[in-house]
Design a protein around this ligand. Structure first.
Ligand code: NDP
Length: 254
């Protein structure tokens, strides 16, 4: 890979969910540039293949595993395929997300269930699938994407905030159960990042209000969060950065 980067992650294997765009895509590139082999998971296979070609064009190592994070069989397949290819899993970045902001009275049940299924249940289930290998090897790092909206309330986010606060709580309690086996757990809480995430907001007026608010500030870029995640996973083994809240300098609320 490019000489400016280090090789702190040489020999390590990272699964990154939601790698087809935004923060996941940037994180995959960043971890691969430090020497990690990256398993790229999301539903859009073409985008994953494009990303794999870019990373491999820079001499990185990738594995594309199309995955719907709400599907238990896909989750097991992701872990089995990665283990069969590389023999171990060192880092899991639970990044796949879905943010259909809406007033609860305007939400349909499917949207509410999907919000929890993608953002919270997917995190718990994939962690459940990966953790036995990490326990066996007495080593591993789980990085979970929560949000500033897991810490501080925002209008029209009740279901999304419940999921993201759940992710933070899951990570904190998980850490107690696995820290003695050398497994680190980190929660990342981004503020506004310029990605496709707002496209999931079903109501057009609300979507343009949120996008207008985001555009009123110098939003974070996916690279900014990828750099944060890379910093977190390249610490010495005795250092576990448990929680990082990263807002754009201009973001006051939430
Ligand atoms: P993007 O919309 O760019 O990325 C979301 C990713 O999640 C996509 O790769 C998408 O892939 C994947 N995804 C969605 N549903 C599923 C599913 N059912 N199965 C597998 N993958 C799925 O947004 P971001 O990069 O911004 O989001 C990344 C994470 O960061 C999310 O957890 C989000 O909540 C969190 N976050 C983002 C903030 C922001 O301002 N952007 C702020 C705070 C947190 P595909 O459609 O191909 O399946």
């Amino acid at each position: 890979m490019t000489a400016e980067f280090g090789s702190e992650l040489d020999g390590q294997v990272a699964i990154i969910t939601g790698a087809s765009s935004g923060i996941g895509e940037a994180t995959a590139k960043s971890l691969a540039s430090r020497g990690a082999s990256v398993a790229l998971a999301a539903r859009r296979e073409e985008e994953l293949n494009d990303l794999a070609a870019q990373i491999e064009g820079e001499d990185g190592e990738t594995l594309v595993v199309p995955t719907d994070i709400t599907d238990d069989e896909d989750i097991d397949n992701l872990v089995e395929t990665t283990t069969a290819e590389y023999g171990h899993i060192d880092i899991l970045v639970n990044n796949a997300g879905y943010m259909p902001l809406t007033h609860i009275a305007d939400a349909d049940r499917e949207t509410l269930h999907n919000t929890i299924d993608v953002n919270l249940d997917g995190v718990i289930t994939l962690t459940h699938a990966v953790i036995p290998e990490m326990l066996d090897q007495d080593n591993g790092h789980i990085v979970n994407l929560s949000s500033v909206v897991g810490r501080f309330a925002m209008e029209n986010s009740s279901h999304y905030m419940a999921a993201k606060a759940g992710v933070a709580g899951f990570g904190e309690a998980l850490r107690l159960d696995v820290a003695a086996e050398g497994i680190r757990v980190s929660t990342i809480e981004p503020g506004a990042v310029n990605t496709e995430l707002t496209e999931d907001i079903p109501d057009e007026d609300l979507r343009s209000d949120v996008e207008e608010y985001n555009q009123s500030m110098r939003q974070l870029r996916p690279d900014d969060i990828a750099r944060t995640i890379t910093f977190v996973v390249t610490q010495p083994e005795h250092v576990d950065i448990n929680e990082v809240l990263v807002r754009p300098t201009d973001q006051v609320q939430p």
